[in-house]
Design a protein around this ligand. Structure first.
Ligand code: 4NP
Length: 175
């Protein structure tokens, strides 16, 4: 499992999830990761955001198929509104995770803080989260399964990073 990069500002650890439209993959990952962080007691210590490299859907809710898949699995998909990625995000976030190679090219490629979401996939790491937008409902189920197992691994990595931060005394006394 890769380590998450160290936090570079005060306040919560900030993670951004990025896809093309910000109505299917990155919103699903956003809702699932937030749920898993809450389950782990880390909701106050990690902030999650998501965006799309394209601006077509800005302000819109999730794709209804993505929302239905999440709702059936017990998640709240209702609060999402699409945002557009811009060049300020890598500076504003501690970790930017994109869904596929095209997204990675659009954000300018890998850096210490920019990588692929599925770098953290414990089953089959390093690939893309395939775009389900033009396919059938089973594509959304596949995305959910990838996003759930990968979010669990990200939470484990964050837990380790935040634990180190606490034991270093590098947290400004907030722990
Ligand atoms: P997403 O899926 O990147 O997972 O949100 C897409 C949503 C919309 C479009 C493409 C992909 N689109 O072309 O509008």
């Amino acid at each position: 499992m890769p380590a998450v990069p160290p936090q570079h500002a005060e306040g919560p650890y900030r993670i951004a999830l990025v896809c093309l439209g910000n109505i299917c993959r990155s919103p699903m990952a956003h809702v699932v990761l937030e749920g898993r962080l809450a389950d782990a007691g880390l909701a106050e210590r990690v902030e999650v955001a998501s965006s799309g490299t394209g601006g077509w859907h800005v302000g819109n809710p999730m794709d209804p198929r993505a929302a239905a898949t999440l709702t059936a699995a017990g998640f709240d998909a209702s609060r999402h509104r699409a945002r557009q990625y811009d060049a300020t995000w890598p500076e504003a976030y501690d970790l930017v995770l994109v869904m596929d190679e095209a997204n990675l090219a659009d954000v300018g490629g890998r850096t210490d803080r920019v990588g692929m979401f599925r770098d953290f996939d414990p089953v089959d790491p390093g690939g893309a989260v395939p775009d389900p937008y033009y396919g059938g409902d089973d594509g959304f189920e596949e995305v959910l399964a990838m996003v759930e197992r990968t979010s669990d691994e990200i939470v484990t990595a964050l837990g380790a990073a935040l634990e180190n931060r606490t034991s270093d005394g590098a947290d400004g006394g907030r722990a």
